[in-house]
Design a protein around this ligand. Structure first.
Ligand SMILES: [Fe+2]
Ligand SMILES: [Fe+2]
Length: 192
C-alpha cells in the first residue's frame, strides 16, 4: 500500500461502509416499493422508488471518491426482510435516522480531520438528502397508521430527486436550485 493510500485508509474504509449502506438501501427500497404497490399505498411506493434512486446516486458518488483515493468500490447485497408497508416505512426511517444522526456525522468528522474534501462532500450531500427521506418516511408513517388512502401516501405521487446529491422533495420548491448542492431544479429527476 502506498503512503498516500495508507494515510487515507480510514476514510476509504468509511466510504466503503457508506457505499455498502447506500447500495443495500437501494436494493431494499425496490422490494418495499413492490410491497407498497401490492397493498395499495401507491404514493409510498413512489417514495421508496424516489429514495432508492437517491441512494443509488449516493452509492455512485461514494464509488467515484473511493476510486479517486485509489480504492475500489465493492460490497455485498444482503437478503431483504419485507414486512407490511407500515413496518417497512418504520425500518426505512430507522435506517435513515442512523445515517443522519450517527454514521454520516462520524464519517464527516473523520474526513474533515484528514482534510479529504472529496469524501467530506459526498458524505455531506448524502446526509442532507437522507434528512429529506427521514422527514418523508415519518410523514408517511403517520398517514398509514391512520389508514388515510386519500392522501399523497395512498394516491400516485411524483417526487423530485436532485440528480447530483439525491435531495428528495414532493413539491417543486420556490428556489431555482437544490438547497444542498446548488443543482438547477430543471435537472431534477421526476420519480413516480
Ligand atoms: Fe435515504
Ligand atoms: Fe442536490
Amino acid at each position: 500500500m502506498s503512503q498516500a493510500i495508507a494515510e487515507k485508509s480510514a476514510t476509504i474504509a468509511n466510504l466503503l461502509a457508506a457505499y455498502e449502506g447506500e447500495s443495500n438501501a437501494h436494493a431494499k427500497y425496490d422490494f418495499f416499493a413492490a410491497k407498497a404497490d401490492a397493498e395499495g399505498w401507491l404514493g409510498a411506493a413512489s417514495l421508496f422508488r424516489a429514495a432508492g434512486r437517491a441512494e443509488q446516486l449516493h452509492a455512485a458518488n461514494h464509488a467515484r471518491v473511493i476510486k479517486q483515493l485509489g480504492g475500489e468500490a465493492h460490497c455485498e447485497i444482503h437478503a431483504v426482510e419485507v414486512k407490511s408497508t407500515l413496518e417497512n416505512l418504520k425500518a426505512a426511517l430507522a435506517g435513515e435516522q442512523y445515517e443522519v444522526n450517527t454514521m454520516y456525522p462520524g464519517f464527516i468528522a473523520e474526513a474533515s480531520a484528514r482534510e479529504v474534501a472529496s469524501a467530506k462532500r459526498t458524505f455531506t450531500w448524502a446526509m442532507e438528502a437522507e434528512k429529506t427521506h427521514a422527514e418523508l418516511f415519518e410523514e408517511a408513517i403517520g398517514i398509514v397508521e391512520l389508514r388515510i388512502k386519500e392522501s399523497w401516501v395512498g394516491l400516485p405521487c411524483a417526487f423530485y430527486v436532485c440528480a447530483t446529491c439525491g435531495y428528495t422533495t414532493r413539491t417543486r420548491e420556490e428556489q431555482a436550485r437544490c438547497p444542498v448542492c446548488n443543482l438547477s431544479y430543471d435537472k431534477f429527476e421526476v420519480i413516480r
